[in-house]
Design a binder for this molecule. Structure first.
Ligand SMILES: [Fe+2]
Ligand SMILES: [Fe+2]
Length: 260
């Protein structure tokens, strides 16, 4: 498994926990990076928030360097945004598994339909907000209302104690590394101020995950959070003012985007 001390090759999949891989695409000229992940569990493979079309070639080559296409049993889509869903039809074709399931909330499935996906949905709200893999490993889902979609969800893997947090805990910055270190809070702040509605929803989400035993947080943007950065980042977001807490004008609401 990858450690901070190692020189990491971002052009390769990186195993960040036992059988859990980061599949992201690192562009040193971009401030906005996406982080797809893969869970390999015996013969089954779960891909989490796969990719947009522009990043699909790199993500697909990473996926299929680790596993056989037909092993992909589930694709988790935490909400319907194009940066995680747009490449799903291409991925479905590459996987070629007629039993492939798209795991999402029913409210998001209505919109994901419009990407032209063809697999059956596994709707978390109709399945007790959990998915049990063949091995018995259980993935639990939680809604994160209006963060930043009404029925957005996150995934908690009971085996690894990892929270796949989608956009929450994400960050935006040209200064990027795979693992978050002190100062990551400010990069999260920029992203959350622009994408999240208000602290009312953000603090409610943090209170929801506080009872969980969390070893690592794997967001869809920004850096992986582990060690003492987990409580530090949770505490930081719990009181952070975002969105409408700060904005009294369009300038304030949308002017957060960093200058290139
Ligand atoms: Fe999003
Ligand atoms: Fe996103």
């Amino acid at each position: 498994m990858a450690t901070e001390q190692e020189k990491l090759d971002y052009s390769e999949p990186i195993e960040v926990s036992d059988g859990i891989y980061w599949l992201g695409f690192y562009d040193e000229n971009a401030a906005f990076h996406s982080n797809p992940y893969l869970i390999k569990d015996g013969d089954e493979v779960v891909i989490i928030d796969p990719a947009g079309i522009t990043e699909y070639p790199q993500v697909a080559s990473k996926i299929f360097s680790i596993i056989k296409p037909s092993q992909v049993s589930h694709i988790i889509l935490h909400h319907q945004d194009p940066d995680l869903c747009a490449a799903v039809p291409m991925l479905e074709n590459a996987v070629g598994n007629k039993d492939l399931k798209l795991v999402t909330h029913s409210r998001a499935s209505v919109l994901i339909h419009y990407y032209g996906v063809k697999s059956d949905f596994y709707l978390v709200d109709k399945n007790d907000y959990s998915l049990t893999l063949k091995s018995g490993r259980r993935l639990k889902f939680m809604t994160t209302p209006f963060m930043h979609f009404p029925a957005a969800i996150v995934t908690y893997d009971e085996t690894s104690k990892i929270l796949f947090s989608s956009d929450i805990f994400g960050a935006i910055s040209k200064d990027w590394s795979l693992y978050a270190s002190e100062g990551y809070q400010e990069k999260m702040s920029v992203f959350h101020k622009g994408y999240m509605p208000s602290n009312k929803f953000l603090s409610a989400f943090i209170e929801k995950i506080e009872p969980l035993d969390i070893d690592m947080i794997l967001p869809q943007h920004g850096s992986i959070i582990k060690g003492d950065m987990v409580p530090k980042c949770m505490d930081f977001l719990k009181t952070l003012e975002v969105g409408l807490d700060l904005a009294s004008s369009d300038e304030e609401l949308y002017g957060w985007i960093p200058k290139a």
